[in-house]
Design a binder for this molecule. Structure first.
Ligand SMILES: [Fe+2]
Ligand SMILES: [Fe+2]
Length: 396
């Protein structure tokens, strides 16, 4: 295992995931300094930097999977072709963003845009904060394709590799690309949000990358994506439900359609991990526990808009309060995966494997208990401005 230590000193402890115990992070001193400045001067400060350094990264561990295990993934090529690629949809049968948006080539375009904007007026600001956060997350897709291509044994070695794993990753990316496109175009037409601030956030986020701590291991990587696809399925499902409650059926359909893609992707990724449990139960359960101990960070956890140093935490707080994505969802996803992979029934494990099994099987109730206690103590959050909605104030 190659362990590369970031030379920066430990400077802050902060929780990135919904009231869960804090994780130790390393913060760039330059950004740490910037966080002491007021937001106005921070933007001026940022102008002087040629690019923004990574805002927050852990100790970087690489290639932690023993090299001989790469063979497992090579031997699963045919299996993946028959069992995973079937979860992709042919392009000709796929929905496209244009199916849900006013047609700019039609005579009724202006009227359709007017109707879309009338409906958008009924949606509250805090709802838009959640929708923008979801859209920004989707728009950082280059980072997620990069992340998949860090994984040993399954990466696309050429950019057009014909292995099942590479075919999956490219087609998955192509399907996902419609999500950010659709939400971006919808939000642009809605007239409710500051597109320039949102576009800056996307540029900052793609420049910062992500730190999922998957260590080039497809075990860790596919556990991470299983969790994430379900998390996005839940959050897009909740924005769909809430759009419907606010009377916007068109937006409900947009979010619901994206959610159904996420569900299909979840099915594929959980199937890969199910197969790994079958072939290598010990290695897989240890990886599952490792990933959960490190906590599943959200893909957009490094988001920044040039002003708010706690943008991700603030967006997450609004999503939590609105019930778009909550700490309870985190525990529910974990419990779902434990059941989906029948972790409780695993037998013949090593000592380390049994410890990992006990850990993941007991974790969801522990997270729930911690969360209930934290919720009991929590006071009402402050009201803060979000640049995404022209600095209008939203309750955290
Ligand atoms: Fe997506
Ligand atoms: Fe997804």
């Amino acid at each position: 295992m190659a362990l590369k230590l970031n030379p920066l000193p430990f400077q802050s402890q902060k929780s990135l995931s919904f009231g869960l115990p804090p994780m130790t992070t390393i913060r760039s001193p330059r950004v740490f300094m910037a966080s002491t400045l007021r937001s106005g001067s921070k933007e001026v400060e940022n102008l002087k930097k040629p690019f923004t350094p990574p805002r927050e990264v852990h100790v970087q561990v690489t290639h932690s999977m023993p090299p001989q295990k790469i063979e497992i993934f090579k031997s699963l090529e045919d299996w993946a072709e028959q069992n995973i690629l079937i979860h992709l949809k042919p392009v000709e049968k796929c929905w496209q963003p244009q199916d849900f948006l006013p047609d700019p080539a039609s005579d009724g375009f202006e009227e359709q845009v007017k109707e879309l904007r009338e409906r958008a007026k009924e949606l509250p600001d805090d709802y838009f904060v959640c929708l923008v956060g979801d859209m920004v997350t989707e728009e950082a897709l280059p980072t997620y394709q990069t992340m998949l291509n860090t994984l040993d044994g399954v990466r696309d070695e050429t950019g057009a590799s014909l292995t099942s794993w590479a075919v999956w990753t490219r087609a998955w990316t192509a399907e996902e690309n419609r999500h950010g496109d659709l939400l971006n175009k919808y939000l642009y037409l809605s007239g409710r949000v500051d597109m320039r601030q949102i576009e800056k956030t996307i540029q900052y986020l793609i420049g910062s990358g992500m730190d999922p701590r998957t260590e080039n291991s497809p075990y860790l990587g596919f556990i991470y994506t299983s969790f994430q696809e379900r998390a996005t399925f839940i959050s897009h499902g909740n924005t769909a439900r809430q759009a419907k409650e606010h009377g916007d059926l068109n937006l409900a359909q947009i979010c619901g359609t994206i959610a159904s893609d996420e569900k299909r992707h979840e099915t594929a990724y959980t199937k890969i991990v199910e197969k790994l449990f079958e072939i290598d139960p010990d290695g897989t359960v240890v990886s599952f526990a490792d990933m959960m101990r490190k906590k599943i960070s959200m893909p957009a956890h490094l988001m920044y808009d040039g002003r708010d140093d706690n943008l991700f935490e603030n967006f997450s707080a609004v999503a939590q309060r609105l019930g778009v994505y909550t700490a309870k969802d985190y525990a529910d996803i974990l419990e779902f995966l434990v059941g989906r992979w029948k972790v409780e029934n695993l037998t013949g494990l090593s000592g380390e494997g049994r410890k990992a099994q006990d850990y993941v099987c007991g974790l969801a109730p522990r997270i729930r208990k911690l969360e209930e206690r934290a919720a009991g103590r929590a006071k009402q959050g402050p009201v803060i401005p979000f640049s995404w909605i022209f600095d209008r104030q939203v309750q955290l």
